[in-house]
Design a binder for this molecule. Structure first.
Ligand code: SAH
Length: 345
């Protein structure tokens, strides 16, 4: 990996870098703007910089390259799914979705994942490596250029566990939010985690007004531990305590993801216990119909059951929505696209 990733550093670091190589600080700002506002890729195109500087930067090999490998367009909605090729030939995926309020991109934070959730395709081959800030940024910039859209929302819900790549994810957030760069509001960014409790406290202390979404998937420790190994390390009580801390320190409402699996977490007792757990939070629950993958033999809850579960939670005053299934004709959630591609070739 590169010592310095010129297209994955903060504005401050970019200024410092230029000063360190004997240039003026404002050159760092120009470089930062070239990458993060103009979405530049080829440094030779950064015409604001003097030619000799451009050439030495191009030779430095400190600019991370990401290429679009393949794009899949849904026939039922405007969703587009992308596979990207990284410099070391690893492959990652991201998704562009259109909502009433604008375009949203779901990006990956790691190549693979080591969290081991039983129903999730991303983790089946384990963790290969963390993504750099530049690789996360480029998923967004390349999609925007390719689809000719400006995105307004970002979700860190692709492959990988964002809190398992904490420093790079934090740097990514800083860069994408920077007003002199893309200038995305923190409020329009959602970070999804399987529940790495110590990191939830760390994140709360950063005091960024992003939305934190917890993949809960069961209100009972023993059931949760069966489908999510992280639950063996942190009990639901500890997780809820961390969520309350997060809500109190950031003032942000918590979101919970809950993938409904027939007979595992969609029973009446599950609904009741969920209501009990969330009673002290101002929570929102997003119900996700399970996307079947061949490595997991659980079944998705029937549509009526999903509606019933939703109605129950709403009747207990818990804000509940069902995640709309976007682009379901082009391979569904989390790591399935990459995995299908790797298995085919
Ligand atoms: N590592 C993060 C981000 C992962 S993906 C996390 O665990 O939150 C985003 C959501 O999709 C998570 O809630 C994850 O549990 C869920 N998910 C993964 N595979 C799924 C599948 N096959 N069907 C439904 N939801 C799935």
């Amino acid at each position: 990996m590169k010592d310095i990733e010129l297209n994955g550093i903060t504005l401050e670091e970019s200024r410092e870098y230029m000063v360190n190589i004997g240039e003026k600080g404002f050159r760092g700002e120009q470089l930062f703007t070239f990458f993060n506002r103009n979405k530049g890729l080829d440094i030779q195109q950064a015409k604001v910089l003097p030619q000799n500087l451009r050439e030495s930067l191009a030779k430095s090999q400190m600019i991370t390259k990401v290429d679009i490998l393949k794009r899949f367009d849904s026939n039922i909605d405007s969703t587009k799914k992308y596979l990207f090729l990284l410099e070391d030939k690893n492959i990652i995926e991201a998704v562009l979705m259109e909502y009433d309020h604008g375009f949203s991109v779901c990006i990956s934070t790691q190549v693979g994942c080591r969290m081991g959730c039983s129903f999730c395709a991303s983790t089946k081959g384990g963790l290969l490596r963390n993504l750099t800030p530049g690789e996360m940024l480029n998923q967004i910039y390349l999609i925007e250029k390719d689809a000719k859209v400006d995105i307004s929302n970002i979700v860190l819900m692709g492959s990988g566990e964002p809190l398992d790549n904490y420093d790079n994810v934090l740097k990514f957030l800083n860069i994408i939010h920077e007003p002199k760069g893309h200038n995305i509001s923190y409020r329009n960014i959602t970070l999804s985690t399987c529940g790495v409790v110590p990191r939830i406290y760390d994140l709360a202390k950063e005091n960024l007004p992003i939305t934190l979404s917890i993949s809960l998937h069961s209100p009972f420790d023993e059931y949760r531990a069966n489908i999510m190994p992280i639950a063996k390390a942190y009990k639901i009580d500890e997780l809820m305590k961390a969520c309350r801390y997060y809500e109190e320190s950031t003032g942000r409402r918590m979101t919970f993801e809950y993938t409904l699996i027939d007979g595992i977490n969609d029973r009446i007792v599950d609904g009741e216990r969920l209501v009990y757990l969330l009673r002290k939070l101002n929570a929102h629950i997003n119900l996700i119909p399970l996307n079947p993958i061949k490595e997991y033999d659980g079944n998705r809850t029937h549509r009526d059951g999903v509606e019933r579960f939703k109605r129950y939670l709403l009747s207990k005053n818990i804000n509940t929505t069902i995640r709309s299934e976007k682009g379901s004709d082009i391979s569904a959630s989390c790591g399935q696209l990459r995995r299908d591609y790797l298995e085919r070739d």
